[in-house]
Design a protein around this ligand. Structure first.
Ligand SMILES: Cc1cc2nc3c(=O)[nH]c(=O)nc-3n(C[C@H](O)[C@H](O)[C@H](O)COP(=O)(O)OP(=O)(O)OC[C@H]3O[C@@H](n4cnc5c(N)ncnc54)[C@H](O)[C@@H]3O)c2cc1C
Length: 274
């Protein structure tokens, strides 16, 4: 499969990337790890006229302790998140979920910012950062703004990020002593989730989000409300699909997805509670 012709420009800084995308308009796209964009281009589902390569913006590849949160640069590769001691200590759910993204080759190229900006409901990290209550930082021509993960996802592969905004940082609240679990149901090892669940619990608080249960990653607020009201993991898991709008595809019917969500949420809550 060969993509349509495109021009290629490499940005040397975040500011230059934003300026370049401003010059080239809606037909231009940022290129980070290329592991979601290039497959779409090869299938001709995306035909940008210009690719602005941000893959070498090493300034945006970092994991820092921000006090009450971890600050992760948007260009940080999955492999660096997966193996980071800071992530293991303060956001183990994110590190573990990242270890389930594709295979080692994908994790060495793909970036956390690319995964979130791509806004694929079947991807592991949008739902995981949603469950963790993350904040995303975006930089555009008129400055920087913070976007709650809960306000970011608008539709299938659509987010509230403007075309001329660059995702620069992801802020993950530290998990403290919360119990957590990541459940991914797929047919083949290293494949995308047919349904997935990211969950954490800490006394009365919890966060539960679903992978591939609608056109966006889904925050399962009804599950958290049930837990806060005293429900057991099994009882709360009955609410797993209450906030979701799953669709059928080659891998699963709607009914099978709802069943999977209930089973995986129960397993996740039992593991997080233990
Ligand atoms: C074989 C294979 C298996 C995979 N398996 C999984 C899996 O199991 N689970 C999973 O979650 N993912 C999986 N992925 C996707 C992988 O995680 C990608 O790396 C990730 O989704 C996209 O990151 P990227 O850096 O490659 O982004 P790119 O492909 O470069 O970009 C993706 C989109 O985001 C935009 N973008 C990128 N960075 C920014 C930024 N900083 N600011 C604004 N816009 C930006 C681009 O313009 C583009 O529209 C798989 C990919 C492949 C090829």
């Amino acid at each position: 499969m060969i993509p349509a012709a495109f021009d290629y420009v490499r940005a040397g800084s975040a500011e230059e990337a934003i300026s370049l995308i401003g010059q080239h308009g809606d037909e231009a796209k940022f290129l980070a790890g290329g592991h979601s964009l290039l497959p779409l281009m090869k299938l001709r589902l995306a035909q940008p006229s210009v690719l602005i390569d941000i893959g070498r913006l090493t300034d945006l590849s970092y994991i820092r302790d921000g006090g009450d949160h971890l600050a992760i640069g948007a260009l940080t590769r999955h492999r660096d998140v997966e193996t980071s001691d800071l992530v293991k200590q303060h956001a183990p759910l994110l590190g573990h979920a990242t270890s389930h993204v594709g295979d080692p080759q994908v994790r060495h190229r793909g970036t956390i910012g690319g995964s979130l900006a791509h806004a694929d409901p079947a991807a592991d990290l949008p739902a995981t950062t949603l469950a963790l209550g993350a904040t995303y930082v975006a930089q555009g021509p008129s400055g920087t703004r913070e976007i709650a993960a809960a306000d970011f996802y608008e539709g299938f592969l659509e987010s509230t990020l403007a075309p001329d905004e660059l995702l620069t940082e992801i802020r993950i609240p530290k998990m403290g002593s919360a119990g957590w679990s990541f459940q991914k149901f797929n047919r083949r090892a290293q494949d995308w989730a047919i349904v997935g669940v990211a969950a954490w619990r800490n006394n009365g608080d919890s966060g539960v989000a679903l992978v591939n249960m609608g056109s966006t990653p889904v925050l399962a607020s009804s599950v958290s409300a049930a837990l806060a009201g005293g429900a057991s993991p099994a009882e709360a898991a009955e609410q797993a699909a209450a906030d979701a709008s799953p669709q059928a595809d080659l891998n699963a019917s709607v009914e099978f997805r709802v069943h999977l969500a209930k089973v995986l949420v129960r397993r996740a809550l039992e593991e997080a509670s233990a």
